[in-house]
Write a protein that binds this ligand. Structure first.
Ligand code: C5P
Length: 283
């Protein structure tokens, strides 16, 4: 299974909820940077599930992949057949790229398929929401969607344009809770998301796109890790429509074409720490 990353092209923090989370309005797009998961039945294996990963720290019991399997076993009577899972991570963790959530959603879908569990899309989305805020988007499997609430109320969005996008993970971790705690909620209009989608489809230049690419978590994240701000500035100075994804710390910039993306990617590699990759949105 391939588990894609996501970028938040728009993320408004609307207010704090009674459960301590924040109400969001966000536009998510899936991109062609992905983790790979390989599932094998492992007769004779001692552990019910064995997770191996190229990033050893992610083999821990709280990995969302393992929690997704536990959830399916608890709720759907999926047999306790021993499973061996190989997780090849390419999406940096704790970067706002949704890697862990995507791995979990891919696991839910694979287990449902493997054992013939007939899950409606609604069930899959509702169950995945208990694992992580970004899971419903990946469980729904749409290339682009507007999400509300904590991310569980989804509306698919048709985005015809294929964008060449530079993604820079500046190598720092910012804790999601700390970033949200510093955010100042303010209202948002759905029309802002519509205008952004129209501007992307119309291939408007960065000057038009930048003011529409709202992320209310950018300033709080920059105050915790100033390198995020440097990355956004470098991309914008180079002519990209750039902002941060999710609660960070990865930054992305929409280029006019692949050549421009590669040129700016090289510049980022030269001047800033971390990892740079060029992606396209799925769909
Ligand atoms: O989704 P996750 O549990 O990883 O989020 C970590 C923390 O980020 C939460 O405990 C909460 O403080 C904050 N958060 C929030 N609103 C959201 C998502 C996360 O306040 N929509």
């Amino acid at each position: 299974m391939r588990a894609p990353a996501k970028l938040n092209l728009y993320l408004a923090v609307l207010g704090e909820r009674a459960d301590g989370y924040h109400e969001l309005l966000t536009l998510l797009v899936a991109v062609d940077l992905s983790d790979t998961l390989l599932f094998r039945s492992a007769p004779g294996q001692q552990k019910p599930v064995e997770l191996r990963c190229n990033v050893a720290a992610l083999e821990a019991a709280d990995n969302l992949v393992l929690r997704a399997i536990e959830l399916m076993r608890a709720r759907c009577g999926v047999p306790d057949e021993p499973l061996s899972i190989w997780l090849h991570k390419r999406i940096p963790s704790g970067a706002g790229l949704g890697g862990g959530s995507s791995d979990a959603a891919a696991t839910l879908r694979t287990v449902a398929d493997r054992y013939g569990v007939a899950l409606s899309r609604e069930q899959l989305v509702a169950w995945s929401a208990t694992l992580g805020s970004d899971c419903p988007f990946f469980a729904a499997g749409e290339p682009a969607a507007v999400a509300r609430g904590r991310g569980e109320r989804l509306t698919a969005v048709r985005l015809r344009r294929k964008m060449d996008i530079v993604v820079h993970w500046p190598g720092v971790h910012v804790a999601t809770g700390d970033v949200f705690a510093r955010a100042t909620p303010r209202p948002a209009e759905e029309s802002e998301v519509r205008r952004l989608v129209e501007a992307i489809e119309a291939e408007e230049p960065a000057e038009v796109l930048v003011p529409l690419l709202r992320n209310d978590l950018l300033e709080p994240a920059c105050s915790l890790a100033p390198v995020i701000g440097r990355s956004v500035r470098m991309m914008r100075d180079a002519g990209l429509a750039a902002t941060m994804t999710g609660s960070g710390s990865a930054v992305f910039g929409i280029a006019r074409n692949r050549q421009e993306a590669i040129r700016v990617g090289k510049q980022l590699r030269k001047h800033l720490p971390g990892l740079v990759t060029i992606v396209r949105n799925l769909g």
